[in-house]
Design a protein around this ligand. Structure first.
Ligand SMILES: Nc1ncnc2c1ncn2[C@@H]1O[C@H](COP(=O)(O)OP(=O)(O)O)[C@@H](O)[C@H]1O
Ligand SMILES: [Mg+2]
Length: 245
């Protein structure tokens, strides 16, 4: 679902992300880890052509669309429906004066999704939310519920790929597990491809199949999560692991 070769992102002369290879298939989860400023978000956003100020080179294919050469219309199609971007604070992205049910119905209508009531019920069930949440306003739900609602919205619109940027960093530890649990279910039950950016290696170890470790824009190590997180080759990965509580 995602195929990246020789991706390089520059601001002026400065290379902020250099990713030789990154593949995520249906039902797979790949995590990008590294400290703040290492180029994780830049890499993620470049997959949707969402970093207009940067110079980007290389090959990026998402859901069969060549992101580097696709027409703007084609890109908008995958951005809106087939690929979902899940950010750190979903509440900020939800319109404060609109009930969640209204928001979801509008989004489905905009994208021409048929049988909206059924689709909504099914999507909420997939993220383990009660339908009652549709009557609420964004400020009336917890951070974990808002994040799961954002994921439900993505599923209702037909997402095949989820790009998640620190999806649990703004949440309490207790609800972090809810969100991760939901993402894990979606991979398993719906074959969703998941690219997860996180600085939380403990979380990554519970969900990722493969891991890329980035430092200062460079991928210093990559491989199966079980190997990278248990027996890393690179001193920087060891440093990250030792910093875990
Ligand atoms: N619009 C921009 N202009 C110039 N530099 C940027 C811009 N956006 C991000 N950067 C730089 O790119 C680097 C990588 O940032 P980012 O991908 O956000 O890191 P991470 O997500 O790993 O914390 C940082 O050094 C950041 O300062
Ligand atoms: Mg970031």
């Amino acid at each position: 679902m995602i195929e990246v070769r020789d991706l390089q992102v520059r601001y002026g002369d400065r290379v902020v992300a250099d990713v030789p290879e990154l593949d995520v298939g249906a039902g797979e989860c790949v995590a990008i880890v590294g400290e703040s400023g290492s180029g994780k978000s830049t890499t993620l956003l470049s997959l949707l052509g969402l970093i207009p100020d940067a110079t980007v080179s290389g090959h990026v294919t998402v859901c069969g669309v060549d992101v580097m050469t696709a027409a703007p219309r084609r890109l908008r199609e995958i951005r809106g429906a087939r690929v979902a971007l899940v950010m750190q604070s979903p509440q900020a992205a939800l319109s404060p004066a609109t009930r969640l049910g209204v928001l979801m119905r509008r989004a489905l209508k905009l994208h021409g999704v048929g049988r909206p009531a059924e689709i909504m019920a099914e999507a909420l069930e997939a993220v383990l939310l009660d339908r009652e949440i549709l009557r609420r306003y964004p400020h009336e739900v917890s951070g974990g519920q808002a994040q799961r609602f954002a994921i439900a919205l993505a599923i209702a619109l037909g997402a095949e790929v989820i790009l998640a940027d620190e999806p649990t960093s703004a949440l309490d530890v207790t609800v972090q597990a809810e969100v991760v649990g939901v993402l894990r279910r979606l991979r398993r039950d719906r074959g969703l491809a998941l690219l997860l950016v996180s600085h939380d290696l403990a979380l990554v170890s519970t969900i990722a199949d493969r891991v890329l470790v980035m430092r200062d824009g460079v991928v210093v190590e990559s491989g199966p999560a079980a190997k990278v997180l248990a027996d890393p080759d690179h001193p920087y990965t060891r440093e990250l692991l030792e910093a875990l509580p």
